[in-house]
Design a protein around this ligand. Structure first.
Ligand code: UD1
Ligand code: CA
Length: 453
């Protein structure tokens, strides 16, 4: 099969400098959704017809194996497909998709291809308000043609069966029909839809099927429509999660921009956003207002409210947050039963089983062993202004509050660091190390008093 994705339209109603197909749905450009669905059909060829802001589209989408075809100027959907003709293989049918219709499902396209067989297939929809769309003209049950709204008679405009734009046609015939298109219509455009009349005239069967869900065929023309389609997408994702046993406090306040895989009995409170690839193990809970991006969470772990966690593998039965921050970079790895508390930032670090950093701490480029207690206000000074350095804290270390560890540095197994220490040399195993000015008390000292005027 050949697939042609039309993406050259200007998208004026978006009121944006960004080409329409680069606007995001669920964290990815619209066109990426369509390309992904197209690829799952395993076609021989995918052609993307681009135009307006084309270079940006190509750059953003990157190398997908698709053929990029420039349409300049844009003279209509038929003209757009014509640009792809040299790339289309005659032996297999050609499916036309729209870059701004992102929610179309694989299963629907497969049904359309089946229904079309060696003829033409149209994906249609029956709408309460068909305004703006091309209408399907039939004689009895036979499809005769598609008439665009602007060319339709008042009587034709009453028809509620519309063209979604998704069409499949035998390629050899398609090429002949495209060459015959004329733009003698209300919009002076070359309409792809005119091939339907040509097929019907040649008694080539035209099958019309409908998607199971109307939202599959909705197009994005404006920002309100994009927001609406985003909600359809999210509802589809959250419904699937709940059906597989995930508890969402409120599915309308959970957004998945990537993939979220949940084990059994996962519970997610309101206002959470999941980006990239997130996995939550059995029995994990995620508190309100968390953002998780590219994170794996082990079974039984509790993520308290207001955490922003990126690029981390978190072990079983950990407690994270509230207000914890895991920064991106190389992934952080937490073993089981680690506690990371409020206002603790972790970056590119590994933390061993049972270790705790409960309050106001920075841990960066650090390797922490098992059962380490990191006191409140501890800072790992990993950056000297030019380079990053590593810190190693061995098993069973106790770090007193308000300690700074100036990397590169090592704290030996079982060492204790006194509160307020600025550690600039390695601390030996099993010893108390502290750096502190000697405490003095000045007897009879008086506080200054305000001078009289
Ligand atoms: C088109 C259909 C109409 C259908 C509607 C569904 C035609 C003539 N009409 O109308 O029957 O009901 O879609 O939304 O096909 N595009 C290009 N190059 C162009 C023109 C358009 O690549 O020169 C692309 C657009 O980026 C868009 C798609 O084709 O992805 C549809 O274009 P649009 O202008 O929205 O078509 P409509 O007039 O809405
Ligand atoms: Ca449109």
């Amino acid at each position: 099969m050949n697939i042609v994705i039309l993406a050259a339209g200007v998208g004026k109603r978006m009121q944006s400098r960004t080409p329409k197909v680069l606007h995001h749905l669920a964290g990815r450009p619209l066109i990426s959704h369509v390309l992904e669905t197209a690829k799952r059909l395993a076609p021989e060829k995918i052609c993307v017809v681009y135009g307006h802001g084309g270079e940006a589209v190509r750059e953003t989408v990157g190398d997908t194996g698709a053929v990029w075809v420039l349409q300049q100027p844009q003279l209509g959907t038929g003209h757009a497909v014509t640009q792809a003709v040299p790339h289309l293989e005659d032996g297999s049918p050609t499916l036309i998709l729209y870059g701004d219709v992102p929610l179309i499902r694989l299963e629907t396209l497969e049904r359309l291809l089946d229904a079309a067989g060696k003829g033409v297939g149209l994906l249609t929809a029956t709408l309460d308000n068909p305004a703006g769309y091309g209408r399907i003209l039939r004689k009895g049950s036979r499809v005769l043609a598609i008439v665009e709204e602007k060319d339709a008679t008042a009587k034709q405009r009453e028809l509620r069966e519309i063209n979604t734009g998704i069409i499949v046609a035998p390629t050899k015939k398609l090429k002949i029909w495209l060459a015959k298109l004329r733009n003698n219509n209300a919009q002076k455009e070359y309409y792809l839809t005119d091939i339907v009349r040509m097929a019907a005239n040649e008694h080539i069967p035209v099958a019309a099927i409908q998607a199971r869900e109307v939202w599959e065929t909705l197009g994005v023309n404006s920002r309100p429509q994009l927001a609406e389609i985003e909600r359809f997408y999210q509802r589809r994702v959250t419904t699937a999660l709940m059906e597989k046993g995930t508890m969402l406090a409120d599915p309308s306040r959970c957004d998945v921009r990537g993939s979220l895989v949940c084990g059994a009995d996962v519970s997610i409170d309101v206002n959470c956003v999941f980006e990239g690839e997130v996995k939550l193990g059995d029995g994990t809970t995620v508190g309100a207002n968390c953002v998780l991006r590219n994170v794996n969470v082990g079974p039984g772990t509790r993520i308290e409210p207001f955490c922003y966690l990126e690029d981390a593998d978190i072990g079983a039965e950990c407690r994270i947050g509230p207000y914890a921050r895991f920064r991106p970079g190389s992934r952080s790895q937490l073993a089981a039963q680690v506690h990371i508390g409020n206002f603790v930032e972790v970056k590119a670090s590994t933390i061993g089983e049972g270790s705790k950093a409960n309050h106001l701490t920075y841990i960066g480029d650090t390797e922490i062993g098992r059962n380490v207690n990191v006191g409140a206000g501890t800072i790992v000074c990993n950056y000297d202004g030019a380079n990053k350095h590593r810190t190693v804290i061995e098993d069973d270390v106790f770090i007193g509050s308000d300690t700074q560890l100036v990397a590169p540095i090592r704290v030996g197994r079982g060492a204790t660091l006194g509160a307020g220490t600025t550690l600039t040399k390695d601390a030996p195993a099993g010893e108390l190390t502290l750096s502190r000015a000697k405490q003095v008390s000045i007897q009879g000292w008086k506080r200054p008093v305000k001078a009289k005027k």
